[in-house]
Design a protein around this ligand. Sequence first.
Ligand SMILES: NC(=O)c1ccc[n+]([C@@H]2O[C@H](COP(=O)([O-])OP(=O)(O)OC[C@H]3O[C@@H](n4cnc5c(N)ncnc54)[C@H](O)[C@@H]3O)[C@@H](O)[C@H]2O)c1
Length: 454
Amino acid sequence: MANNPLTRRKFIHLGTGALAATTVAKTVLQPHLLSAAARPVPPSDTIRFASIGTGIRGCEHLQASLRVPGIQCVAVCDLYDSRHSAAQESVDDPSVPATRDYRTILDRKDVDSVLIATTDHQHRRIFEDACAAGKDVYCEKPMSHTVEDGFAMVEAARKNNRMVAIGSQRVSSVLYAKAKEIYDSGKLGEVFSINAYWDRNSPSGAWVYPIPPDASEKTIDWNMFLGNAPKRAFDPVRFFRWRCFTDYGEGLAGDLFVHLISGIHFITGTNAPALRAQSSGGIYHFKDGREFPDLIETLYDYPNFRVTLRCNLNNDGGEFIGFYGTKGTMIIKDSTLTYKPQDTRPEPEGYSIFGWPKELREQYLKAWHAEHPRPAALASNVDAEEESYTTPPGYSDTVDHQANFYNAVRTRKPVVENEVFGNNAAIGCHLSNFAYFNKSVAVWDGAAKKIVKG
Ligand SMILES: NC(=O)c1ccc[n+]([C@@H]2O[C@H](COP(=O)([O-])OP(=O)(O)OC[C@H]3O[C@@H](n4cnc5c(N)ncnc54)[C@H](O)[C@@H]3O)[C@@H](O)[C@H]2O)c1
């Protein structure tokens, strides 16, 4: 007999794996009905929104909004003038009024909702003012710049009875809806381990954005940008690459972990922060004066599972979430979702008994088989098939996320990723950074609503 015998399970595994590589066809998922372009919305039902912060993401949103039925952009706001024309170009309407001061928009009675896509450190102030002015709010992720900001925003929405969506758009993705369906079906068995990463390998991926030639204190309201952040002289690097600096952003945790955490919370039905976090990382390549690491790994403890997250700006690994269950594995890799069942039938020990004499081996195997009648294939996942799904060409989860938000504005039924969900996901970012900067375990103290050293 060979030294390393191929067990039945290994044989089945190899067999299905090889087969899977060649034959499992991807099912193309369809977009949600709410965003279907054909869905007619009477003019009386049109929601009038204004966009506050029309940089990279704001312009993406404005372009996406053209594909969402029943909404109209009626004003844009940014404190950098060139972004007024960028916003008007995005909605293909040079007549949309543009302003530097968002408060003039909040004063308008004909504005139903606002879309906040400013730097993170400005979210709270605009969000609170918008809620107080009676506007519903779509606020970009991460919802908060600090733990305290997040709870103040939750309270502002509650007090003013506002509909809120936070902008981790994967939560509205058809791919994530399918992943949730698989998770909820029990096909994965018990999932104790989830691991995810989002890796990029380019200056753009590391936020080394070019400075536009017209950037100056004349074209940018620098003091308004600083807001509550420490006063300092005009610095275009800080304005355009704000994610690198603790005064305005949260680095990789706020930029990318929040998407992964939101996706994991949505799929697993979790709506609470992790209990604690430990982080490791550093600035290995982008030694350009930034304050946040270009590689960070965080291990989170949740009551029923562990999550490990990594963002590495020095390798082009893409976006990945893996759910490792007792009955199967589910992987989201970029726009593809796969589920692989595992054969969970009990097997007799095959390895260690090679150190036994033949007689004892045979005795053990005889007794084992007598005690383990072959279970039904279905009960042990043997006949479960590998599944694979993808999104349709041109699919935009941002369009679906907007459609869900505007549906909530119409129906007054909250979206999944409301202010409470968004706050819990953002706390995950703050736990990661707290652990990294304090070089200690970060413990979530839910009663005190703060992070403490563990
Ligand atoms: N959901 C996603 O996939 C996604 C992608 C990118 C960015 N984002 C989020 O969107 C937000 C914006 O990111 P970005 O990449 O567009 O940054 P950006 O720097 O390109 O744009 C931010 C804009 O906000 C403006 N701004 C700041 N304070 C303002 C104020 N008080 N009033 C008016 N305008 C103000 C700035 O002038 C700037 O033009 C961030 O919260 C970011 O995390 C989300």
